[in-house]
Each structure stands twice: as structure tokens, then as C-alpha cells.
Design a protein around this ligand. Structure first.
Ligand SMILES: Nc1ncnc2c1ncn2[C@@H]1O[C@H](COP(=O)(O)OP(=O)(O)OP(=O)(O)O)[C@@H](O)[C@H]1O
Ligand SMILES: [Mg+2]
Length: 217
């Protein structure tokens, strides 16, 4: 089983992957946790240049297909060197971001009428032509932008300069949320809402919902 935890910046992916790991470890389950982009590896060099604004300070300055390829080759390298063997031998894999992130951040940069064509291209490019695994389940954490921005500002201790080219453009993030909703319905993602009646749900409450989705086979 290959599960992806997806969501916009600061939506709680790493927090939730951690809670999932703790619970699965307590249950004695074996699994492998991967996190992408692989910032520790030189395979993410182009992603880093892109996020630092070296190709343009607005995300929209950078060609969608080129930017998508930067992330895709990082995943390809990460797969071959770090988890292909485990995946092929049947180990459960949990990924913090994956190809699905292109279907949010890059999709959002395109006009609507090109969305379907992009999604077909992306799936064919990464899962088809490059041959990296297609997830069995994608769990999307839906967090309103105003709330995630506040959480991130807290995380960066008020230093807004720490935000990357995606994180600092609120209008762009709103478009990303729309793109995510579109892809979620097309690619059958499980949507977990991080707020209820306008208030942020607790980490534990969100975790319980994720756990139920994770365990349903
Ligand atoms: N339900 C929650 N209630 C309160 N705070 C939360 C909740 N979930 C996450 N946080 C806090 O919000 C911040 C962002 O969470 P986290 O780092 O897990 O997000 P992320 O999706 O992994 O972000 P990124 O995309 O930047 O990696 C963290 O400081 C985290 O502790
Ligand atoms: Mg994270």
C-alpha cells in the first residue's frame, strides 16, 4: 500500500505523518516514510533554484512543464536510490508530498482550459514514462489559506523572508487550493478538512480521521 499525505504549505502534513508513524510503530507495523522534495540530495538542486526564485521571483514566471520536470526527476532519483526495493518487496510506503504536489502547484499556474491536458500529461510523464509508482491512496489535508499562513508565520517566528516563492503569494495559494479541489475530484483523493465551523481542529482529531482512511483497504 502506497499512501500520500498531500496538502498546501503549512496544512499539517509533516505533523500528521509523524502522528501516523507513531501510531503505526506502536501497533508494530512496518512501513517506510519518504519526504519529497529530497532537499538533502543533489537531485533537488533545480527545485531549490526554483523555490529560491532564481528563475523568477513569481512562481508563475517559470514554465509549468519545466518546473514539473524539476520535481519529477527528484522523485525519480529518490525512488531509485531510497525506496524502490522496499516498495517492490511490498513494504507500506507513506509519502509526505509526491507527484500530486505538481497537480496542485503547477496546475494552478495554468488557465482552466488546460487543466485536463496537464493532468493527463503529468500522470503519463511520471507514472507512465518515468515509471515511478502511482499511489494507492492520496489523503489531502484541506486547510484554509488564512489559517495556514498564520501557522507558518508562527513557525518562521515572524520572519516572512523565510517563505519560498509559493508560500509568500497568497493569491497564488488560493488558486492552488482550487487546483487541489479539482484534482481531488478527478483523481479520487480523500479530503480531510482541517477546520470545523471556522475553527482549526486539533491535531489528534485530524489524526483519527486520517487513521480511519489509512486503515480502510
Ligand atoms: N491541527 C493543528 N492545530 C494547531 N497547529 C497545527 C495543527 N496542525 C499543524 N499545526 C502546526 O502548524 C504548522 C505547520 O504544520 P506542518 O509543518 O505539519 O505543515 P506541513 O504541511 O508539513 O508544511 P510544509 O508544506 O511547509 O512542509 C506547525 O507549526 C504545526 O505544529
Ligand atoms: Mg512539512
Amino acid at each position: 500500500m502506497f499512501t500520500v499525505i498531500e496538502g498546501l504549505d503549512g496544512s499539517g502534513k509533516s505533523t500528521q505523518v509523524q502522528l501516523l508513524e507513531t501510531e503505526l510503530s506502536e501497533q508494530g507495523k512496518t512501513f517506510l516514510h519518504i519526504k519529497l522534495p529530497d532537499y538533502e540530495s543533489p537531485s533537488s538542486a533545480l527545485v531549490n533554484m526554483y523555490l529560491a526564485g532564481e528563475f523568477g521571483t513569481n512562481a508563475s514566471d517559470v514554465n509549468v512543464y519545466a518546473a514539473s520536470a524539476f520535481y519529477a526527476v527528484d522523485r525519480f532519483a529518490n525512488y531509485l536510490t531510497k525506496w524502490k526495493q522496499a516498495y517492490e518487496s511490498g513494504t507500506d510506503i507513506i509519502a509526505d508530498r509526491y507527484t500530486t504536489s505538481n497537480a496542485i502547484y503547477q496546475l494552478a499556474k495554468l488557465p482552466r482550459e488546460q487543466w485536463d491536458a496537464y493532468l493527463s500529461w503529468l500522470s503519463d510523464f511520471e507514472y507512465g514514462k518515468m515509471g515511478i509508482p502511482q499511489p494507492d491512496k492520496v489523503i489531502y489535508l484541506d486547510m484554509p489559506i488564512d489559517i495556514s499562513q498564520k501557522l507558518m508565520s508562527k513557525r518562521y517566528a515572524g520572519d516572512e523572508s523565510k517563505k519560498d516563492v509559493h508560500e509568500k503569494n497568497i493569491l497564488f495559494l488560493e488558486q492552488c487550493r482550487e487546483a487541489a479541489m479539482y484534482t481531488a475530484s478527478k483523481w479520487n483523493w480523500h479530503i480531510v478538512s482541517c477546520v470545523r465551523q471556522g475553527a482549526l481542529r486539533s491535531r489528534e482529531e485530524i489524526h483519527e480521521e486520517i487513521m480511519r482512511i489509512y486503515q480502510a483497504r
